[in-house]
Design a protein around this ligand. Structure first.
Ligand code: ZN
Length: 96
């Protein structure tokens, strides 16, 4: 049960007991052209975006640290069929 208020948008639930562990890497380039396909609500300290760059897809993770700075990491870049499965597992709390 979450004690945080529900703003009505999609939030990533508390992960299951043994979630798949996603490999996160430093964000590669702020200036590149990206297309965002989906996102989780940014009202939480950790939120995610499903992005496309060229023909590859990846997930970005945004974390606000204790000093209020936004830390951005991303997954490896993969084909859509792979990344949409990981995105749905993340949204279900089965991957983190
Ligand atoms: Zn929210």
């Amino acid at each position: 049960m979450s004690l945080e208020p529900d703003c009505g948008a999609h939030h990533v639930p508390t992960p299951v007991a043994r979630p798949e562990v996603i490999d996160w890497y430093p964000e590669t380039d702020w200036a590149r052209p990206l297309r965002m396909w989906a996102y989780t609500c940014p009202c939480r300290p950790v939120y995610y975006e499903l992005c496309q760059e060229g023909g590859k897809f990846f997930i970005q993770r945004f974390v606000t640290d204790k000093r209020g700075r936004l830390q951005v990491h991303e997954t490896a870049h993969e084909v859509y069929a792979f990344m949409i499965v990981l995105w749905e597992r993340l949204r279900a709390g089965q991957a983190q």
